[in-house]
Write a protein that binds this ligand. Structure first.
Ligand SMILES: [Zn+2]
Ligand SMILES: [Zn+2]
Length: 153
């Protein structure tokens, strides 16, 4: 296979982001994986925004995935925090799920605004959390994620 932008140069691998073949000159290595320039730029932006975390390994994500999903099911968010503390992926989502859960508890005491605005929003955020967990993503929810990061386990 030839490089996607140098038609005459043999590729040395495939971008794990988009599947394009890249040559030695075009490849960007991040975390031991090969990316094309565009994907590596996208990834860098995502890392800066805190949407992905390269410190979490594939194995950890695989093993922690089900716990990450559980983190968004109300009080069950305590499970990953208690049982899977050593798994960064489970811990990340566990903390975020805990903040969401506490937000719902507090919102329950605030008439109208809490019941009809905050609770439905948090409910949707929980669903997004489940989807992102299943996709193996460390999706940081704005504000909620910032608070969650401050929790020390
Ligand atoms: Zn790419
Ligand atoms: Zn090239």
């Amino acid at each position: 296979m030839k490089c996607y932008c140098h038609q005459e140069v043999d590729s040395i691998g495939e971008c794990v982001g988009c599947g394009k073949f890249v040559c030695e000159e075009c490849k960007v290595e991040m975390d031991g994986r090969i990316y094309c320039k565009k994907c590596s730029d996208d990834l860098t932006v995502a890392i800066r925004k805190g949407q992905v975390n390269l410190n979490i390994s594939e194995e950890e994500i695989k093993e922690g995935k089900i716990w990450a999903v559980v983190a968004y099911l109300g009080i069950l968010c305590l499970l990953p925090l208690l049982m899977k503390k050593d798994n960064q992926f489970a811990l990340f989502h566990g903390k975020q799920g805990l903040v969401l859960f506490l937000t719902i508890v507090i919102a329950g005491w605030i008439p109208i605004l809490g019941w009809f605005i905050i609770v439905p929003i948090v409910f949707i955020l929980n669903i997004i959390g489940v989807i992102q967990s299943l996709r193996g993503k460390c999706f940081k929810i704005p504000i909620i994620g910032e608070i969650a990061e401050k929790i020390k386990m």
